[in-house]
Design a protein around this ligand. Structure first.
Ligand code: HEM
Length: 225
């Protein structure tokens, strides 16, 4: 039950924070006073944003943007690594969280088999993506001047450093997912030992999803200038 509460609070909190920062970035600072005004305006803006996702030309614009982003970050055949990682991670997260949040008995049957198979693709594509992208996220790389706005605690930190932290959190969470899943298959861990392994797997999944969402919002999605 605790995992469900933490997951719902963390995901809604993150979505609120990201969208609220984007909403505020479109309002001149002298107009940002008065919670009722901001609340009403934010709700309107959020509704428009949701409706915009079903706009006729949104898929086209999103695909054009994705292609241009991939051409820079995963050029040529390397796009396959990105799509394998995105698809396997998305499927594992969807099946894992659907069972963790909406069922009491946990994952079983065909969904579990499909989850483990997608998990294998996740392990392979994560390794390939790390080999390909680790250099771009070296901790000693030049941080640049641009700072970050999505976390008040990191306001002074250069954007590059925040992206590097998020990248390695995702990598570490991915590794934790792989190790806990493989460990649970070893004969050394008897029934009682499976529970802490599953808990660790679940929280690793939550950390990976939150880090991926932050990387997407902060490192990929265009921002209003
Ligand atoms: C190497 C990759 C992976 C393998 C082999 C794997 C395997 C498994 C297995 C066997 C379970 C069921 C455990 C049980 O009920 O005893 C499980 C549960 C779970 N997995 Fe994965 N997994 C992998 C990757 C992922 C990823 C990438 C995510 C999400 C981002 C994820 C999220 C979850 C969640 C949330 C559960 C808990 C489901 C529940 O409470 O019923 N897994 N995984």
């Amino acid at each position: 039950m605790v995992f469900i509460i933490i997951t719902v609070l963390a995901v809604t909190g993150l979505v609120f924070r990201f969208t609220y920062v984007r909403f505020l970035s479109g309002i001149p600072s002298d107009r940002r006073t008065g919670l009722t005004f901001v609340g009403r305006e934010y709700a309107g803006w959020f509704g428009d944003g949701l409706r915009g996702l079903f706009d006729g030309d949104f898929p086209g614009r999103a695909w054009t943007f994705t292609k241009s982003w991939l051409a820079v970050n995963y050029p040529g055949w390397r796009q396959g690594i990105f799509w394998a990682l995105a698809a396997s991670f998305g499927f594992c997260a969807a099946t894992g969280f659907a069972f963790a949040v909406f069922t009491k008995r946990g994952m079983y049957g065909l969904p579990l088999l499909a989850h483990v198979m997608a998990g294998a693709l996740f392990a392979l594509s994560l390794t390939a993506a790390l080999l390909l992208r680790a250099r771009a996220f070296r901790p000693d790389a030049d941080p640049g001047l641009e700072t970050c706005d999505f976390c008040p605690l990191m306001k002074t930190l250069p954007k590059k450093i925040v992206l590097t932290i998020l990248f390695w959190i995702f990598a570490a969470a991915g590794l934790a997912l792989i190790v806990t899943a493989l460990a649970s298959m070893l004969p050394y861990f008897y029934f009682r030992a499976q529970f802490p392994l599953l808990e660790f797997h679940r929280y690793g999944a939550l950390a990976a999803v939150l880090a991926a969402a932050a990387l997407f919002d902060f490192g990929i999605l265009p921002r209003r200038t």
